[in-house]
Design a protein around this ligand. Structure first.
Ligand SMILES: Cc1ncc(C[n+]2csc(CCOP(=O)(O)OP(=O)(O)O)c2C)c(N)n1
Length: 785
């Protein structure tokens, strides 16, 4: 059976490469040379377990039934039907595996009753941060009694997270950060390192000290009898009995004891080279190529079977031949399933073009367009669209009865392709953040005036009491209750597993959150300051923000990333790098509450929704007094709705976060000279003003200024595009629109540094006043320049 599986997978690699080289697919990367180890690993994999791996794992995916050969080819051809390619619906490159954790309505499946793979990404090593959370979830499910009823996610925390990574990717910083975090958290992960000596063309001597990763990892090895550290094994990738025995034993210990393990699989080969992009003869010596042929795990496996008398040469040949034709059959079915709807679309388009040609003065040209389209051996959808477009251009001056049919067809195809390639960037479920009912904050005479951080503290307290799945962590979050005391006293109250400290490891704080969320928990992951979010941004961008979209709704990770930013003092403590962040995390919501009551309302909304979001609290608002809503645990603040925080008739001033206070102060001064400014807090940068509230204001004032602390051309430019271009604000302008951002450099230190680096009250005054001066210099004489 195992030989059959190995042959099947090898055949997939050979046929897959042929398909790419023959032009039927764009790029191919395969798992040949890694078959035996993955077959052994699959023997240790159980229902409820998770994989977080990379593109080499096809054999493991076949062995566990998480992918079929037909699905593998469907993805290679970029088949956009989710039934054909359940991992990515044609959105991801081949060998980017994923199982579907969600029902079509976005609700969770019974993950404990199925085998699971988190969705792969291409950046090497980026599967490691989420492995931290996928594994750590088992510890929480085992040790937190209140989680025991959640049996569709875990049975007593018995699940293992299996990580896989290439030898060369162990040179990445996130690999080491993840290993350390997994060790510290005592998270039941079993990590396999597939070592074939190369990272594309680069040999191990350039990748790691001593060219031996398990030797380097020795410092992580646990001492006898200790629970602290890893079990570390090294085993040859062609040694079938040793692989099976090692995997079964390693997994058993990880599962039982929750002590993680690393399995360094050495002497692996890569018979076809790294990918279809180049040939390995260019960088491997003759001697190495010969060694690889001798140590090919399939060759060795055959030898072992024969030596042990398990089968004859003829029997093995027959299995090989059978698998060859099975794979070819599956490939053919996948290809036809991929191509047939496209051929139907081509047929429909060419028939429409033909019909139009019969009445057109440009019949010859149209028939040529049609013929060119029909002559294409493997048409793409873009070829059909281009032909349709050409045809419409050709008859643009003609008034033909059938023309509307072709226009209609093109419009319908655009909608279908929008669905094929761009759907599911955000949740489409009933729990999407925009569907959460609004519950207004209730204030009474008794509502106390408290510090901003106390508002958050009360909100988190209520949330932790309400939902046992809520897990909060970050640097200084546990014992201290975070550097601004939002979680003060909550570790004592809810325990160190619910509210915990982490090391200084932003990328894996994010990964921890992603993994926990993928296993049904509700993490609030804190990044201590907005400026340090950059360390986590790659994982937020590549993994979290793309997850729902890249699986076409197959997976979700409702992570709340909490951080604090904007005004404080110092280059790395007062950043407001919002546009950079905003654009990197499309697929997440980005919320910028101006005070802690608004922040608390957002947390309440997000905790009821199933979407990932970033909340940036205002750094200098923790000590400002606010009124504590009576329903602190219940009220919600809706996303995408700006708030008018001061009414005015002359100019609209759009801003958010810490700048709201600056804007209000400037508006007060402006009022003294007869200018009434309408100040709008956008509250959420993404989604942005979904009902066009800012446009309503602009219709009234005809003048607009966008203010924030980001760099020029940053978030102010984003807001300007939203209002002027998307909302159609251009038509209501009587003066040029203005942006007033911070300086292009980071903020200088000290209060004066801050004053001269970011928009201040006087600058905001001048920006608004200048507009009125341009219109009516007599009434608004320049008195400051
Ligand atoms: C962050 C990042 N850098 C570079 C690449 C390009 N790249 C793709 S695979 C690869 C080599 C990876 O080697 P290894 O980790 O040993 O895995 P293998 O492909 O040999 O199984 C490189 C450099 C990438 N995908 N991601």
């Amino acid at each position: 059976m195992d030989f059959r599986l190995a042959c099947r997978s090898r055949q997939v690699s050979l046929v897959g490469r042929r398909e790419v080289m023959g032009g039927k697919a764009k790029f191919g990367i395969f798992g040949e040379g890694k078959e035996l180890a993955q077959i052994a690993m699959a023997k240790a994999f159980r229902k409820g377990d998770f994989r977080s791996g990379y593109y080499r794992d096809q054999t493991f995916m076949f062995a566990t039934g998480m992918t079929t050969v037909k699905e593998f080819f469907a993805q290679l051809y970029a088949h956009t039907d989710v039934e054909a390619d359940p991992a990515s619906a044609g959105r991801a490159m081949n060998a980017h595996f994923a199982t579907r954790s969600l029902n079509p309505d976005g609700s969770w499946k019974n993950l404990a009753g199925m085998v699971n793979s988190s969705a792969d990404v291409s950046p090497t090593g980026s599967q490691m941060p989420r492995l931290v959370g996928l594994a750590y979830a088992s510890r929480l499910y085992r040790e937190l009694e209140a989680l025991h009823p959640f049996t569709t996610f875990s049975h007593n925390g018995d699940e293992i997270a299996f990580g896989t990574v290439g030898n060369a990717a162990t040179a990445e910083g996130i690999f080491w950060e993840a290993i350390n975090a997994i060790g510290v958290l005592k998270a039941p992960a079993l990590i396999s390192i597939w070592d074939d000596g190369y990272g594309i063309s680069v040999r191990n001597e350039h990748q790691m000290v001593k060219q031996n990763i398990s030797e380097l990892l020795n410092g992580f090895r646990r001492d006898r009898g200790s629970q602290d550290g890893f079990d570390i094994y090294a085993v040859r990738g062609w040694d079938y009995p040793a692989l099976v025995e090692t995997y079964l034993q390693a997994a058993e210990t990880v599962r039982r004891e929750h002590v993680p393990a690393i399995l360094h699989v050495i002497e692996m080969t890569q018979p076809q080279g790294h990918s279809t992009s180049g040939s390995h003869e260019r960088y491997k010596t003759k001697k190495r190529l010969e060694w690889e042929r001798d140590h090919d795990c399939l060759v060795k496996f055959r030898r072992w079977i024969l030596d042990n008398g398990c089968a004859t040469d003829q029997e093995l040949d027959q299995i090989e031949a059978e698998e060859g034709s099975q794979v070819e059959g599956a490939r053919k079915t996948a290809w036809e399933a991929y191509l047939s709807p496209i051929l139907e679309e081509r047929q429909a388009a060419s028939e429409l073009i033909q019909e139009i040609a019969t009445r057109s003065a440009h019949a010859t040209a149209l028939e040529k367009i049609k013929k060119n389209l029909l002559d294409l051996p493997h048409p793409l959808r873009r070829d059909i669209l281009a032909a349709t477009f050409q045809a419409l251009m050709t008859i643009r001056a003609e008034n033909l009865p059938k023309k509307a049919l072709l226009v209609n067809w093109k419009v319908n195809q655009a909608a279908a392709n929008e669905e094929r390639y761009s759907s599911h960037l955000h949740s489409t479920s009933a729990s999407a953040a925009l569907n959460i009912p609004v519950v207004d904050a209730v204030y009474s005479e008794d509502s106390p005036l408290v510090h901003g951080f106390e508002v958050l503290n009360a909100c988190f307290d209520a949330a932790l009491a309400r939902d046992p799945r809520l897990i909060a962590f970050g640097e200084d979050v546990g014992r201290l209750g975070d550097v601004n005391q939002g979680f003060r006293g909550l570790q004592e109250k809810y325990g160190a597993l619910r509210v915990s400290d982490t090391g200084i490891r932003e990328a894996t704080i994010l990964g921890q959150a992603i993994g926990l969320a993928q296993r049904g928990l509700r993490p609030i992951a804190e990044i201590q300051y907005l400026d340090y979010l950059l360390y986590a941004l790659q994982i937020m961008s590549d993994d979290l923000a793309t997850l729902h979209w890249r699986t076409k709704g197959g997976q979700k990770a409702p992570v709340i990333v909490r951080t604090r930013g904007h005004r404080l003092e110092g280059i790395w403590h007062s950043g407001s790098l919002m546009a950079g962040i905003l654009h990197f995390v499309r697929g997440m919501h980005v919320l910028v509450p101006r005070d802690m009551a608004q922040a608390a309302g957002f947390y309440n909304t997000l905790l009821r929704s199933d979407e990932p979001a970033l909340v940036v609290e205002v750094l200098n608002a923790y000590r400002i007094k606010e009124r504590l809503p009576d329903n602190i645990g219940e009220f919600t603040v809706p996303l995408g709705l700006p708030q008018v925080i001061r009414e005015g008739s002359d100019v609209t001033l759009v801003t958010y976060g810490a700048c709201c206070r600056i804007a209000l102060e400037a508006a007060k001064l402006l009022s003294q000279v007869g200018i009434e400014t309408e100040v709008i807090d956008v509250q959420t940068l993404s989604p942005f003003d979904i009902h066009g509230r800012i446009l309503e204001s602009l219709k009234k004032t005809s003048r607009i200024v966008f203010v924030d602390e980001d760099v020029p051309g940053g978030t102010t430019a984003y807001m300007l595009q939203e209002v002027i271009e998307k909302q159609g604000g251009y038509f209501w302008l009587d003066s040029p629109p203005r942006t007033l951002p911070g300086k292009p450099h980071r903020p200088a230190y000290g209060s004066d540094g801050d004053y001269w680096s970011k928009p201040n009250v006087e600058q905001v005054f001048e920006a608004v006043y200048d507009l009125l001066h341009e219109v009516d210099p007599a009434s608004y004489p320049l008195f400051y320049k």
